[in-house]
Ligand binder design. Structure first.
Ligand code: G
Ligand code: G
Ligand code: MN
Ligand code: NA
Length: 252
């Protein structure tokens, strides 16, 4: 059976769970929340990486069903934490189709109803991977912001029409892709680009989240440039729900 065929079965059997990578406020070291990251555990116990199965799910028309399950998990796993700490947030990744269709946002809104979780506590990460129908995305993201969600553009700089999206989509935040964080302190051609991305975000009034922060030198640079938030192995890898709750409790 192909991985794609197996994926359809996995969606039906709900073989997914979430990990949570802490997001840190860089000038205080406080844990302000987490990015939710989906995991697939196959029936034989092996794990499949999301960078492998998310594109497959998109191609196979399974992404909407998968995103619905992600939303269910985030609410189940994090409801208690979010209700106890109103300053905490969890980010959910949306695929291009989720953003364009607007369907995931309607599902999210109805699933949040009655949970006690405030829409302000759910951040949305819209990826540039895949085609985004800008006109439709603009409508659905504007609706999401009106409900109180914070909207970030994910994987910034690695897509193919980043600048166009930045100008045309209603956004609150920009997530700086790991490749630009890796370049900090190196003399690679990418290094000055990182600085320009930060400048551009500030010019556009967006706050920034640095992804894949691994070294104290990278952290020092990001703090000096007043990048607001960061995530990466310097702080923590993605954690199981209970582990994340313990981490958050210690660093809030
Ligand atoms: O956690 P990891 O670095 O392995 O994630 C790999 C990629 O998969 C990331 O780029 C991330 O954007 C994507 N991804 C992880 N979780 C989700 C999810 O719940 N939904 C979607 N659409 N993408 C996800
Ligand atoms: O959705 P997104 O592209 O933001 O997913 C982030 C991915 O990067 C996840 O697969 C996560 O496991 C991975 N990751 C997170 N922090 C680090 C890090 O500090 N170093 C490396 N190499 N990978 C990281
Ligand atoms: Mn992301
Ligand atoms: Na990313």
């Amino acid at each position: 059976l192909s991985l794609r065929g197996e994926l359809a079965t996995a969606v039906r059997r709900r073989e997914f769970f979430m990990h949570y990578q802490p997001i840190i406020e860089l000038d205080t070291g406080i844990c302000v929340g987490a990015e939710s990251l989906v995991r697939w555990c196959r029936a034989d116990g092996t794990l499949v990486r999301p960078d492998l199965f998310i594109p497959l799910a998109e191609e196979a028309g399974l992404i909407e069903a998968l995103t619905d399950q992600v939303i269910d998990h985030v609410i189940t796993d994090m409801r208690e934490l979010l209700v106890q700490d109103r300053t905490a947030h969890i980010a959910i990744n949306l695929a291009a189709e989720d953003v364009s269709s607007g369907r995931a946002l309607k599902v999210l809104s109805s699933k949040l109803h009655g949970t006690g979780i405030h829409p302000q506590q759910i951040w949305l990460e819209a990826t540039e991977r895949g085609f985004i129908d800008v006109r439709r995305a603009r409508t659905s993201l504007a609706n999401a912001r009106r409900l109180g969600h914070c909207v970030a553009i994910d994987d910034f700089g690695v897509g193919y029409s980043s600048l166009q999206y930045l100008q045309q989509l209603p956004l609150d935040a920009l997530k700086i892709d790991k490749s630009f964080i890796d370049a900090i302190g190196t003399d690679s051609a990418t290094s000055p680009v990182t600085s320009h991305i930060i400048d551009m975000a500030k010019t556009l009034g967006l706050f920034t989240v640095a992804e894949g922060v691994e070294t104290p030198a990278q952290l020092a640079y990001l703090q000096a440039r007043q990048v607001e938030f960061g995530q990466g192995w310097l702080f923590s890898k993605a954690l199981a729900p209970a582990e994340f709750m313990a981490f958050h409790q210690q660093r809030k």
